[in-house]
Design a protein around this ligand. Structure first.
Ligand code: CP
Length: 420
């Protein structure tokens, strides 16, 4: 295990900020920060053996719930259909595996642990991120990918059932990723096969892999900012009725303690009552609001969503969704602190009048949207490795990459890609 993975795992298990860990082991925050850099970083320093032994000693006193850790921790054992069934320990164990994947996701190392395995990527709804990042994650583990997009190019257009489609594909592939417009359709795929099925979004239901990468991003950024998720103020804004990423992420966040959760949407797009109740029953303070300006004050995370017009019923309109719902630079400057994370699962609707997350925030260091998309690779690699039982082989299989990797991926990036 790399030094970075070891220390990040220790902080998760102890629920310590960087300051708290540095203080407990009697080193400066600056020293700890240098130990936490990736192996590839020129600024990285080796932690002394005595410090590592001390951290191990502290960890001995922590109990770890490993129930279901090697099976994806979901209600159906070897599929990932929902975030239901994750415990705080089991979800954090998956995030630890994502940390192990980072050198591969950031193209410093390569592995072949899934050599010979085939992924079937079935997308019956539009997608850029989820489809391509699941493909990329599987390929970076050494596997290969076959796919189909839309109903038109699938034999479902000829009336084939989900059961038959799923059972046929199980004969071709070792994992199946499905996005489908109907709630529950991905679970129907899973019922027809013992090959792992991953829900890449089922209508207005769930999007578990997106929620896992969002949680991972929050945790990584909070670690940098010396914050814990416990006690944080999270604002969800936009279409909370149909936004399936919010449905999954709110359930994962419910595993933490004492959150203040503010839900901002027009009256017609409020979070479904069963989820509001779920959050309240888990001991969180939930507020519902239609006023973005006051809701954003003091937020640690602002999670904006696109209006999912494609899911509106015939009678539903955008009534009440005015320009007042747009999160833009002026609003963020007026209401948010210097360390607020501005997140969005993307895509954002950048067309005039859409009132989605504004592009005028693109140069604001609080904007975490591309950290989310970059982290999606490591998290989806962790999902495959865990579901397919190779997570313990990755560390010993790493080799150097043989091609040139850009130091920065985007024009606005402030931190070298390898150090993020
Ligand atoms: N976040 C997300 O699901 O994006 P895509 O629709 O592009 O996959």
């Amino acid at each position: 295990m790399s030094q970075q993975v070891f220390l990040r795992d220790a902080m998760r298990r102890l629920n310590y900020t960087r300051d708290a860990l540095a203080q407990r082991i009697g080193v400066s925050r600056r020293a700890l920060d240098s130990w936490l850099l990736p192996d590839e970083s020129p600024e990285m320093r080796k932690m002394p053996d005595i410090a590592q032994r001390f951290v191990l000693e502290i960890l001995k006193g922590v109990s770890v719930d490993t129930q279901g850790v090697h099976h994806g921790n979901n209600e159906s054992g070897h599929h990932l259909l929902s975030v239901d069934g994750y415990t705080r320990d089991s979800v954090e164990d998956l995030l630890r595996v994502a940390d192990i994947m980072q050198p591969i996701a950031r193209r410093q190392k390569t592995t072949r642990v899934l050599e010979g395995a085939v992924l079937a990527n079935l997308f019956f709804e539009a997608s850029t991120r989820t489809r391509l990042s699941f493909s990329s994650a599987f390929a970076r583990l050494g596997g290969s990918v076959c796919d189909t997009t839309g109903f038109t190019f699938s034999s479902m257009a000829k009336g084939e059932s989900i059961h038959d489609t799923s059972r046929v594909i199980a004969g071709y592939a070792d994992a199946i990723v499905v996005r489908h417009p109907d709630l529950g359709a991905v679970a129907e795929f899973a019922r027809a096969t013992h090959v792992p099925v991953i829900n890449a979004g089922d209508g207005p239901g769930e999007h578990p892999s997106q929620a896992l990468l969002d949680l991972y991003t929050i945790q990584r950024e909070f670690s940098r900012l010396d914050k814990l998720i416990d006690g944080a103020h999270i604002v969800f804004a936009g279409d909370l009725k149909y936004g399936r990423t919010v449905h999954s992420l709110s359930k994962l966040l419910a595993l933490y303690r004492n959150l203040r959760i503010t839900l901002v949407s027009p009256e017609s797009l409020m979070l479904p009552p069963h989820l509001v109740e779920y959050l309240a029953n888990h001991g969180h303070h939930v507020e519902q609001s239609h006023d973005l300006q006051s809701a954003l004050k003091g937020a640690d995370v602002v999670y904006a969503t696109r209006i999912q017009k494609e899911r509106f019923g015939q009678e539903e309109t955008l009534e009440g969704y005015s320009a007042d719902f747009q999160i833009n630079q002026a609003l963020v400057n007026a209401t948010c602190g210097p360390h607020t994370l501005i997140m969005h699962p993307l895509p954002r609707d950048s067309r005039p009048g859409a009132n989605d997350l504004s592009v005028d925030l693109n140069n604001d260091s609080r904007l975490a949207i591309f950290k989310q998309t970059d982290n999606g690779i490591a998290v989806r690699m962790a999902i495959f490795a865990t579901l397919m039982g190779v997570q313990d082989q990755v560390q010993h299989s790493l080799r150097e990459v043989g091609w040139r990797v850009p130091v920065y991926l985007g024009p606005e990036d402030e931190v070298p890609y390898r150090d993020q």
